[in-house]
Design a protein around this ligand. Structure first.
Ligand SMILES: [Zn+2]
Length: 661
């Protein structure tokens, strides 16, 4: 035995192949290349990214193909362009059959883990496929860079080579949560990346590791009239950082000036790792550029359907090469992009325009909406008359250049001091741009607050017709119908919302309540279980389940449900009160007192809780003094309430009795 072990020990090093490198992919959301020190911004506070670039290679002219988070990340992870993925806007899931860096490397024995900083990359959109661990547990919409780093280091706690770790930082995306300004957020993110690298290095996880840093798109910062990003295809949002570092394999301080795109990232990574290639790719390996060689010059495809999809504007598509950028729009644009995107050369340079238009033909335009919903959901929408065919796009004549200010109008409407002036702005927007989905939604919500439910219903109907597959608009429409007293129609909309998105917990809860009111408790339970089946759970869902169990006198079930509601949301005094009622029913006075005490701690001014607690001490414990004290507190909390007279009487009686002792 011993000899065998020794033999193994001696032969092992000889048999071992050279260690394969790990892959650390860091993506920087909304980070403009020209706001990093290594890209020439002297005021930038980005020492970590600058040092990575100094130790490795900086791609000076890397470009996104689409200025939107999810499609751009999908391109980074698959090497494929939005048209070939049919993933062109946020909120669409990646087709489950598309291989990704994660599925490819997982199949080759890599431990694969990911941490993302925003719900826009939630696992439901499919980028999680191939990752053993995909941490998207985010409260609210985003998490700060320091939290992302902390989670990443936690996720890497038991990590061993060979691994692929992807970490996504969202901070530079508006709003600026951690720092006060755009540049401040970038600096904050840089320091969090420093922390990440320190932590990984301390665990020996950065030896033999290819580090790739890529931006998903930039930020307009009001250039060309665009505040953020998503609609236009100018350099502010398309030029992104791309840095690769792997000491002894990538020459320190390399600078690649050739034009390249994020679709090239996956091919380049796999080439450097020596791990083959993805079966289909729209990009190419940039490795020859790192070796000082040249690549054939080519045109990069760029597009955005965000304006088309959200506002009903014309889509923007284009191509760019080393010299020209062509953008196809109602008013086409041609720029010498390295020099200026203020001078449109469309009429002066017919030759270049012709070539660019020929190039663009290679990439299919989108004629129909991407299938965002399941076949079941599509069938339902068809049966309700929402989808005539399969969501044909309405050709729009609105050139985004002419109407980009509408994005500001929507912000002004949202921030308007009073509802009426907000509504005026929205009506003005809709007169010019009747396909603007957020405007219909916001106007509907405004009408709801003014109590004009029929006008609200009409707005939500317009919204629903424009985007029938969006569950939220059905919830809104359902709520308007409910306010109008049309419960059948309301329930129809809530049911549709649930078919479209079983995670629409609010719809499930309202629907369950409406079923319960009709005595249809089995249907109510089914609605709630639809949501639970997705793995999501909310305090509201559990509370409703608890009420159904109470009705059925299933005390154990009700107790379990209300307890879960308390765990999910410790501020739910109503759940605690129901636990108290059940305990009292079961003759457990101490438990009832504990539950009511908890409710009372959550809502200390609630007179009813204090009064009930008093009665529990009186009837359950025969504790007259405690009961008296609690009745007095209850009276002080609500001296003019409906129970005040009763309380005074009880207090007087108890005072008389306690004096006897
Ligand atoms: Zn993004």
């Amino acid at each position: 035995m011993r000899a065998a072990a020794l033999a193994l020990l001696f032969t092992w090093p000889l048999a071992a192949a050279p260690a394969k490198p790990n892959l650390l992919l860091i993506t920087l959301d909304t980070t403009r290349a020209d706001r990093l020190g290594c890209y020439g911004d002297e005021r930038a506070k980005t020492p970590t990214l600058d040092a990575l670039a100094a130790r490795g290679a900086l791609f000076a002219q890397a470009h996104a193909h689409v200025p939107l988070t999810l499609p751009s990340h999908a391109t980074i992870l698959t090497g494929r362009l939005p048209p070939s993925l049919k993933l062109r806007v946020n909120g669409v899931a990646l087709n489950a059959s598309v291989p990704t860096l994660a599925t490819h490397l997982a199949a080759r024995g890599y431990a694969t883990r990911a941490v993302v900083g925003a719900v826009i990359l939630d696992r439901e959109f499919g980028l999680s496929r191939g990752f053993d661990v995909y941490d998207d547990r985010i409260r609210g919409d985003e998490r700060r860079a320091d939290a992302v780093t902390a989670v990443a280091l936690d996720v890497a706690k038991d990590l061993e080579p060979l691994y692929f770790l992807w970490v996504h930082y969202y901070d530079p995306h508006f709003p600026y949560v951690a720092a006060k300004s755009y540049d401040g957020e970038i600096a904050f993110m840089d320091s969090a990346i420093a922390e990440l690298l320190r932590g990984l290095r301390a665990r020996g996880l950065l030896d033999q590791t290819l580090i790739v840093v890529a931006g998903d798109h930039g930020e307009s910062l009001s250039r060309h009239g665009e505040k953020q990003h998503g609609v236009f295809l100018y350099e502010e949002t398309m030029h992104v950082p791309l840095i690769m570092s792997w000491p002894e394999h990538i020459r320190a301080g390399s600078k690649v000036n050739a034009l390249c795109g994020l679709a090239d990232v996956a091919s380049t990574i796999l080439d450097l790792l020596g791990e083959g290639a993805l079966p289909e790719s729209d990009g190419m390996s940039l490795r020859p550029l790192l070796d000082g060689k040249k690549l054939p010059s080519r045109a990069l495809y760029i597009e955005s359907y965000h304006g088309a999809y959200t506002y009903g504007w014309a889509p923007m598509r284009g191509v760019m090469d080393d010299r020209w950028k062509y953008i196809d729009a109602p008013r086409p644009e041609l720029y010498m992009w390295r020099i200026s995107e203020d001078t449109n050369l469309v009429s002066e340079r017919r030759d270049a325009l012709r070539v660019a238009r020929g190039e663009l033909q290679r990439f299919p335009a989108q004629s129909s909406q991407p299938p965002r919903v399941s076949a079941e959901a599509q069938k339902r929408l068809m049966s309700l008359g929402y989808l005539s065919a399969s969501g044909m796009m309405q050709a729009s004549a609105l050139d985004p250049k002419d109407v980009i200010g509408i994005e500001d109008d929507l912000v002004r409407a949202k921030e308007a001091r009073d509802v009426r002036s907000g509504m005026r702005i929205l009506k003005d927007v809709l007169a010019r741009n009747p396909g603007n989905i957020p405007a219909w939604s916001m106007l509907g919500i405004a009408y709801m607050t003014t109590g004009d439910y029929d006008a609200a219903r009409s707005c939500f109907e317009r919204e629903t017709r424009l985007r029938p597959e969006m569950s939220g608009s059905h919830v809104n429409l359902g709520t308007a119908w409910k306010k109008l007293g049309k419960n059948d129609r309301a329930m129809e909309e809530y049911r549709t919302a649930l078919v479209l998105s079983p995670r629409e917990a609010d719809a499930a809860v309202i629907l369950a309540r409406m079923y319960r009111d009709r005595g249809a408790s089995a249907d109510a339970r089914r609605a709630l279980e639809t949501t639970l089946a997705t793995g999501d759970d909310t305090a509201d869902v559990e509370f409703e389940l608890g009420l159904l169990d109470l009705e059925a006198q299933n005390w154990d079930g009700a107790r379990a449900a209300f307890t879960k509601a308390m765990v999910l949301d410790p501020s739910r005094d109503d759940a605690s009160v129901n636990l108290g009622k059940i305990a009292w029913k079961l003759g457990r006075a101490d438990e009832a007192i504990a539950a009511y005490s908890r409710a009372s701690r959550i809502a200390p001014r609630n007179a009813a809780y204090l009064a009930t607690l008093g009665s529990l001490y009186l009837n359950g414990k025969n504790d007259l003094r405690q009961a008296l004290e609690l009745y007095q507190q209850a009276l002080r909390a609500d001296p003019n309430g409906a129970e005040a007279a009763n309380l005074r009487e009880l207090i007087a009686r108890l005072e008389a009795q306690t004096k006897k002792y």
